[in-house]
Each structure stands twice: as structure tokens, then as C-alpha cells.
Design a protein around this ligand. Structure first.
Ligand SMILES: NC(=O)C1=CN([C@@H]2O[C@H](COP(=O)(O)OP(=O)(O)OC[C@H]3O[C@@H](n4cnc5c(N)ncnc54)[C@H](O)[C@@H]3O)[C@@H](O)[C@H]2O)C=CC1
Ligand SMILES: O=C(O)C1=N[C@H](C(=O)O)C[C@H](O)C1
Length: 488
């Protein structure tokens, strides 16, 4: 049966609860579905000191596999489900209980052949104490909603329950205070994707070592390029007089780093650059610039030329023809909408050959993030990156981040693969020097959930080893996790 014992005094109780938990003898759960986590007293692993000692005696120091109980709050969500699956495949014991604001048939959910009982969040305070009693080494992973962040963290602290908080939003200042008062082991990070975290860490190091390095720079596209020199395509647009594309300075410094995760791009979630080809950008910009078929053909031809492809082959004509007969009607329909977003298109790949912008004096889009339509808050990762830029001397208001949540815009403008509309995170930052002669562009684009799920499992393992070793530091972020060699 689930009991309703709660530590009476949050701050003081937190530390004692944790100590008490170490000495509680585990009970057998009354109803544990086959394959679900059975309560355990301790992980079946050797401590690092033991491994070291064995190694000194010539015994190979193969790190033992960690195994401890993990409760995922909430298993009904996209991230919760992905983490639960990753936890099982990493050999952790998935506790067959979760909470959700969503009703599920029979109050149950099946994950990796394990039956998870779903309770209403209002019951968590009543239910969790007995779960802790059954699973003294329990770690909770939180992927719920921004509105639940503070209450959940307070509850975990009150119960002395170590946790990994992946949920973004809520009141982060209050969260920080809760953690200070609660003195509980936790990893909190709005970004668990380790490669993205490594990028964030690099930003932080740069901000720390070269504060103000980008003073005066703006997170925006060039407003008034100085040089008239440009690529023939852009020059042609300029001469036509009808184009909204402006010329870019020759000296514009630009680098696109594209990192793709190995594996089948169509199946595996991936970290990608979302740049499209020069030809594609021109195809989008051409009609918006009131160009006719001739201009389109010219753009397309130049695009092919720029990529070292044969200029005049059947593909050139076929694609132009397809565009004019089938796509042009559709594009015309969306013209107004696209015009509003044309800067994003430029942001997507303003390559040196097609660098330009279509602002016509309008405000440019400087930081853009695109996520699945169900995302409730502004990207926590974007906020973290922007705060690094701020330390580097760039002035930028968080409210200015351009949010893209419309699936049509995501596919047509941002370039999100359709199969990842329900789970993606594309981020773009464009930085311009005060005189407009230097620009930088950063992108980190993730499709799918597995990069975060794996990072979360690593964070839980990291936390577990910290608890076992009685580390004096209790609050960590993902950069701490990476620093201790957790890139696996
Ligand atoms: N740190 C990271 O690397 C990442 C963080 N996230 C963040 O994680 C959070 C969840 O994202 P998704 O899984 O995509 O959202 P989702 O909408 O798919 O899932 C949220 C789940 O939480 C449940 N829920 C709502 N209120 C609750 C409460 N009080 N207690 C327990 N469960 C509750 C909902 O019923 C839903 O099933 C968001 O804040 C998102 O930004 C998402 C991806 C990566
Ligand atoms: O909601 C998401 O999906 C994501 N949320 C996190 C954020 O807000 O930064 C991390 C990533 O962008 C995916």
C-alpha cells in the first residue's frame, strides 16, 4: 500500500530524509509488473576506489554498469517516454509509476513491455513517500510542463528526493532559491543534448575568457552593408530594381559548420545544420522578388553552377518547369506569408554567394527558434545562449527571440523535415558587427528526442555516483556532467 508520510520540515528534513533513506530496508513491492523495477537497497556496482584497487592488482578496470531505480515524471509526454525507454535500454530500473495531467486508458501505459501506472499530479505528494520507501536509491527525472517546474522541485526537495530536471521554464530564480534552501542532489538543465551542451560550454568559456569580445555587435542581420560588391545573382537583383534583396559586403565573414550525426538521416534523430542549397533559397526568394520564370531559371542555373553541377541539363529545366506549373500557384498563395518570413530564409543560408537580406528597412530576425507546435515556452537553450552573448557584450532582449510554432512555416521556411514536426528544436543566431562588415552565424538544429534522452540518462547516472560518493556539491548542470567525462 502507498503510505502518505511526508517530511514535515522542508529544509531541515531534506538532508535527514536522504540520510534516513540510506538506512531504510527495502520492502518488496506489493504489485510490481513483470519486467518493471524491483526495489533494491543499493546498486550492484563497485565503487571507483574498488575499481582502482583491482586495477592496481592487474585486474582490468572495466567500469561496472550502474543500476538504480528511476521514476520518470511524466511518462505520458514525448520526453518522458523517450527517457523511460533510454533508461530501460541503459539497464536502469524503471519504477512503474508516473504522473500526468493527461488521462490514459485504465490509468496505465506500456513502455518497453513494462506497465506504468499513471496518477494525477495532485496525488504525487501522497504517493511519492511510499515509492521512496520502496526504492531508497530512487532518482526522479522531470519532463513535465513549465507551470509544474517550481511546485515539483519544491516537492522533491521536501521529500529529499534527488532529481534531474529537464523541464524548461517556470520561475528559474525561484527554482534556484528552492535548490539553495533544499540542499538536494540535482542536475538541472534546459538542454540535455550533450553536443549542444558542449557548444553552450564553449560559449560560456568564451564569455568568461573574453568578456565583451563582441561589444557593439548585434544579434541581427546586416542593416546597411557598406560594400556594393556582390555575387552576379545578387547584382542582377540589384539592377532589376524590384528586388528586396540587398547587397552584402564582400568582406562579410561567414562560416557554416555542419555536423551531422552518423546514421540514417531519415530514421535516426539527428543534429543537423538546416541550411538549404543556394538554389533552394533563390527559388524561394526569386518569386517573392517579383522575378519571372527567366529570373527563376537564372537563379536556379547559378545555384547549380555554384555547387559544381552541370548548368544546362534536363534537371534544370524540369525543376524550373515543375516550379512554374505546380509550385508557382502555391507560392503565390503563400506570398504574403512568406514575405514576412523571408529574412528567416536568408538566415537559413546566406552563403557568401547569396548573402543578402530582404528587410526593406523592416526589423530583421536575429535569433530564431523553431519547436513543435505543442511547446509552451521560449526555448530555454536559446535563453542560455543569449545570456552568453550578453556576457560577450551583445545587447539583446530575450523578448526579441522569434518563435516559430506554425508547422507550415517550419517546413516551408525553416526547413524542418516533415517527419520531425512533432519533435524538433532548430535554433539560429545571427551576429553582426557595428559597421556591418563582419557577421557570425550559429545554428544548432536537432530532430527527434534521443539526444536529450541519452543525455538525461547520463545525468541521472552522474547524479547517482555523486550521491554514492557523498559529494559535498549537490547542485549540478549538464556542463558539470560533461566535464566529468560523460560524453559516451
Ligand atoms: N532539457 C532538455 O534537453 C529538454 C527539455 N525539454 C522540456 O521538457 C518539457 C516537456 O517536453 P515534452 O515532453 O516535449 O512535452 P509534452 O507536452 O510532450 O509532455 C509533458 C507531459 O507532462 C504532463 N504534465 C503536465 N502537467 C504535469 C504535472 N503537474 N505533473 C506531471 N506531469 C504533468 C502532461 O500531461 C504531458 O504528458 C518542456 O518544458 C520542454 O521544453 C524538452 C526536450 C529537451
Ligand atoms: O521543448 C523542446 O522540445 C525542447 N526544449 C528545450 C529548450 O527549451 O531549450 C531543449 C530543446 O530546445 C528541445
Amino acid at each position: 500500500m502507498l503510505s502518505a508520510t511526508i517530511a514535515a520540515h522542508p529544509a531541515a528534513a531534506a538532508a535527514t530524509t536522504l540520510r534516513q533513506r540510506q538506512s531504510i530496508r527495502p520492502r518488496q513491492p506489493l504489485r510490481v509488473p513483470i519486467g518493471a523495477a524491483a526495489p533494491r537497497r543499493r546498486m550492484a556496482t563497485a565503487r571507483p576506489s574498488v575499481v582502482k584497487a583491482l586495477a592496481s592488482q592487474g585486474v582490468p578496470a572495466v567500469p561496472p554498469k550502474l543500476s538504480f531505480p528511476i521514476l520518470v515524471n511524466s511518462c505520458t509526454g514525448k520526453m518522458g517516454k523517450a527517457v523511460a525507454e533510454a533508461a530501460v535500454s541503459a539497464g536502469l530500473q524503471l519504477v512503474p509509476v508516473s504522473f500526468s495531467a493527461m488521462e490514459v486508458p485504465d490509468g496505465k501505459l506500456e513502455i518497453c513491455d513494462r506497465e506504468i501506472r499513471i496518477h494525477d499530479p495532485s496525488e504525487s505528494e501522497k504517493i511519492l513517500p511510499s515509492i521512496i520507501e520502496e526504492y531508497p536509491d530512487l532518482i526522479v527525472v522531470d519532463y513535465t510542463v513549465p507551470d509544474a517546474v517550481n511546485a515539483n522541485a519544491e516537492l522533491y526537495c521536501k521529500l529529499g528526493l534527488p532529481f534531474v530536471m529537464g523541464t524548461t521554464g517556470g520561475n528559474r530564480q525561484l527554482l534556484h532559491k528552492t535548490m539553495q534552501d533544499g540542499n538536494i542532489y540535482a542536475v538541472i538543465s534546459p538542454q540535455m543534448g550533450k553536443q549542444v551542451v558542449a557548444f553552450l560550454a564553449a560559449m560560456e568559456i568564451m564569455a568568461e575568457q573574453f568578456p565583451g569580445a563582441f561589444s557593439g555587435y548585434k544579434l541581427e542581420l546586416n542593416q546597411t552593408p557598406r560594400s556594393a560588391a556582390s555575387s552576379p545573382a545578387v547584382a542582377d537583383e540589384g539592377r532589376s530594381g524590384s528586388s528586396t534583396i540587398e547587397k552584402q559586403p564582400l568582406s562579410t565573414l561567414k562560416a557554416i559548420i555542419q555536423i551531422e550525426m552518423p546514421g540514417d538521416a531519415g530514421v535516426e534523430p539527428k543534429l543537423v545544420s538546416c541550411g538549404t542549397s543556394f538554389a533552394f533559397v533563390c527559388m524561394k526568394l526569386g518569386p517573392l522578388a517579383d522575378g519571372g520564370v527567366r529570373r527563376l531559371l537564372l537563379f536556379f542555373t547559378m545555384g547549380r553552377f555554384s555547387q559544381g553541377l552541370p548548368v544546362l541539363d534536363w534537371k534544370t529545366f524540369r525543376m524550373a518547369d515543375t516550379f512554374t506549373t505546380q509550385e508557382r500557384g502555391r507560392v503565390r498563395k503563400k506570398k504574403t506569408e512568406m514575405k514576412q518570413n523571408v529574412q528567416v530564409n536568408v538566415l537559413k543560408e546566406p552563403s557568401s554567394k547569396c548573402s543578402g537580406k530582404a528587410t526593406k528597412g523592416k526589423k530583421t530576425i536575429e535569433v530564431m527558434e523553431s519547436h513543435q507546435a505543442t511547446k509552451l515556452d521560449v526555448s530555454g537553450t536559446a535563453k542560455a545562449v543569449i545570456s552568453c552573448f550578453q556576457k560577450l557584450g551583445v545587447s539583446f532582449d530575450m523578448d526579441e527571440v522569434k518563435l516559430v510554432r506554425d508547422p507550415e512555416e517550419q517546413v516551408n521556411v525553416v526547413g524542418v523535415p516533415e517527419e520531425h514536426l512533432a519533435g524538433h528544436a532548430f535554433h539560429m543566431y545571427h551576429l553582426t558587427s557595428p559597421d556591418g562588415t563582419v557577421s557570425f552565424e550559429f545554428q544548432h538544429n536537432v530532430c527527434g528526442r534521443s539526444i536529450y534522452a541519452e543525455g538525461t540518462v547520463d545525468a541521472a547516472m552522474f547524479l547517482y555516483t555523486k550521491i554514492q560518493s557523498g559529494a559535498s556539491k549537490k547542485l549540478y548542470d549538464m556542463i558539470d556532467v560533461l566535464r566529468e567525462g560523460n560524453m559516451r
